[in-house]
Design a protein. Sequence first.
Length: 161
Amino acid sequence: MREQGGRPTSGMCPRLLSSSGQEQLAALTVLLSPEEPEESTAFFRFQVQKSADPRETYQKALRFLQSEYYRDSTDFSDRLLAVMPPDAPIAIALINAGRCILDFSQGRHSFRIPCKVKTVKESNANHAAAIWHNRVFNPALPDGMKVIAFKPDWKLAETNF
């Protein structure tokens, strides 16, 4: 978060592979899933709704993300979240398959992590957390977006250092 103006590095955007290893997307932006997202969701929602200036919203949210948000790893579950249009073919394919592989790579390090995939219900607090987090960076994000959860199967994960 402290480098490149908060933009995710390539290592934070895994390749999305089918369970058989076929590439579905070259890069997917995923978010860490907070254990208790209500406070950060309220902050992101307030920042987005308070200012008509997306740059101001971005700067305030970036300061929060750089200073407090990622401070303690125990504040997050091992689930990852992604926001997609509900009619996106990749979203439909992911949900229908129920499984995928997230292939993270940066420099000499890589992690290939098989995951269970499911839709996050709108009533789930992580749905709002993912939507408002994304709206900080994309204020034009429309209503009705689908939030997809990826639950890693750590027993089958592969690493390469």
